[in-house]
Design a protein around this ligand. Structure first.
Ligand code: FE2
Length: 427
């Protein structure tokens, strides 16, 4: 029997706990101070010393094939989704497996350092060589020691925009892609967009895979494919395995139509993933003033009972030039961008980062409860609010009872007339 003991944890509900991990699972959770320290060797004990401890983080929406390419071959000067797609098309013209694996591995390690043990990445299937799919499937096993990767077969340029794209999408699934994607708002016509949703749903049913569609990622209020996806998911009974990513047009719908769509999404069981880093810079790009924020209707969706996760979407690529692969950065942007700065919103943001993202990924043994996976994250922060405020360093990331990352918080000194002293932003 192998044990790992984390003492003096402050959980999201504010409780003080010792957590005993046995054979990779949470064996016992007891009030802080009650676990037997002496029975566990020093190298398998960690004193959280009252710091915040959460379940591991999940990245539900990322593009690892494009990560690390920002500025290559050029920067996105218009700030639009369309120019990002053009730049990516130029880059992928001579892309290689080694190039993708090298860039993606670096980003995956950054994620692990930030407490992420699961990543859902999209792989562009519209390149005839399917190099991105091959590379990300290779990466799936190469990084299995630190994260679980899910690869979405994602037809970036549309399914019906070229006669080869549907076959390429199917080939990607047969190669082993875990999830089926589509991008109906990027098809040439409304009719093709609807058909692309049906093709994706058919493929998902045929291959018994979940769905995750880029959908209505536009400020155009006439882009109405989320209703098509939710309706298909409802009729087919696959809503609990379906994700609508972005759904930013929902921001610009009139309230009567938005209410209908929100209600339909709730009835269908479809989850939504919002991607604040990308959508905060891409949406509103065609606007004069006033300039729309363009994110999806997070408050209305959550009030209707819809699971809403938070993704980063891009790290250092043509759509979003910034990022260090930290889900707390994505949540921090959402604080401002979605008017979620109220103190009551702190719990909602953490619920989105943890339980909602894990639900999108399909995790069944998630959360700090006895019998679940023995994975957790320790933050250099005393509570949930301050961890978000400072995007606190993750001092320990534990996955199935084994450490996968540690961070030593930096030390800052101010030079006062009275003498130098250290300041601590985190506690
Ligand atoms: Fe995306």
């Amino acid at each position: 029997m192998t044990e790992y003991l984390v003492t003096e944890c402050r959980t999201l509900d504010g409780a003080a706990r010792d957590i005993v991990i046995t054979d990779g699972e949470i064996g016992r959770i007891v009030p802080a101070g009650e676990a037997d320290r002496d029975g566990v060797p020093a190298d398998r004990r960690y004193d959280a010393a009252g710091r915040l401890v959460t379940p591991p983080l999940v990245e539900p929406h990322l593009h690892l094939d494009a990560t690390g390419t920002a500025g290559d071959p050029r920067w996105n000067t218009s700030g639009t989704l369309a120019e990002g797609i053009e730049i990516w098309a130029e880059y992928k013209a001579d892309i290689s497996v080694d190039d993708i694996v090298e860039r993606a591995t670096r980003t995956v390690e950054w994620y692990a350092a930030h407490g992420v043990t699961r990543i859902r990445t999209h792989a562009d299937t519209t390149d005839p060589s399917l190099t991105t799919v091959e590379a990300l499937l290779e990466l799936e096993s190469a990084v299995a020691d630190i994260v679980d990767l899910q690869v979405v077969a994602f037809p970036q340029d549309g399914i019906l925009t070229d006669e080869t794209h549907e076959d390429l999408l199917t080939d990607a699934v047969e190669m082993g892609a875990d999830v089926i994607g589509a991008i109906p708002h990027n098809e040439h016509t409304r009719e093709d967009g609807v058909e692309s949703v049906q093709i994706a749903c058919d493929l998902a049913e045929r291959h018994d895979r979940p769905l995750d569609l880029h959908i209505d990622e536009t400020d155009d209020p006439n882009s109405r494919f989320t209703e098509v996806l939710a309706s298909e998911a409802l009729k087919r009974g696959i809503g609990d395995r379906t994700t609508a990513s972005h759904a930013t047009a929902l921001h610009s719908y009139n309230n009567a139509y938005a209410a209908k769509v929100v209600s339909l999404i709730a009835d269908s069981g479809v989850s939504v993933v919002t991607n604040p880093p990308d959508n905060s810079v891409l949406q509103g790009s065609y606007d004069d003033y006033p300039r729309r924020r363009g994110h999806t209707r997070i408050d209305e969706l959550r009030e209707a009972g819809v699971t809403v996760g938070i993704g980063h979407d891009s790290v250092l690529d043509p759509w979003y030039h910034y990022g260090v692969a930290d889900p707390l950065d994505a949540a921090f942007i959402l604080v401002h961008y979605a008017h979620m700065a109220g103190h009551d919103d702190v719990a909602a943001l953490w619920e989105m980062l943890t339980d909602a993202n894990a639900s999108v990924f399909g995790v069944t043994d998630y959360g700090l409860e006895e019998g679940n996976e023995g994975s957790l994250v320790v933050y250099d922060s005393p509570d949930a609010f301050n961890a978000l405020r400072t995007r606190a360093p993750r001092t320990l990331v534990l996955r199935n009872g084994a450490p996968v990352a540690r961070t030593e918080p930096s030390v800052t000194r101010v030079e006062r007339d009275s003498g130098p002293h250290t300041v601590d932003f985190h506690r």
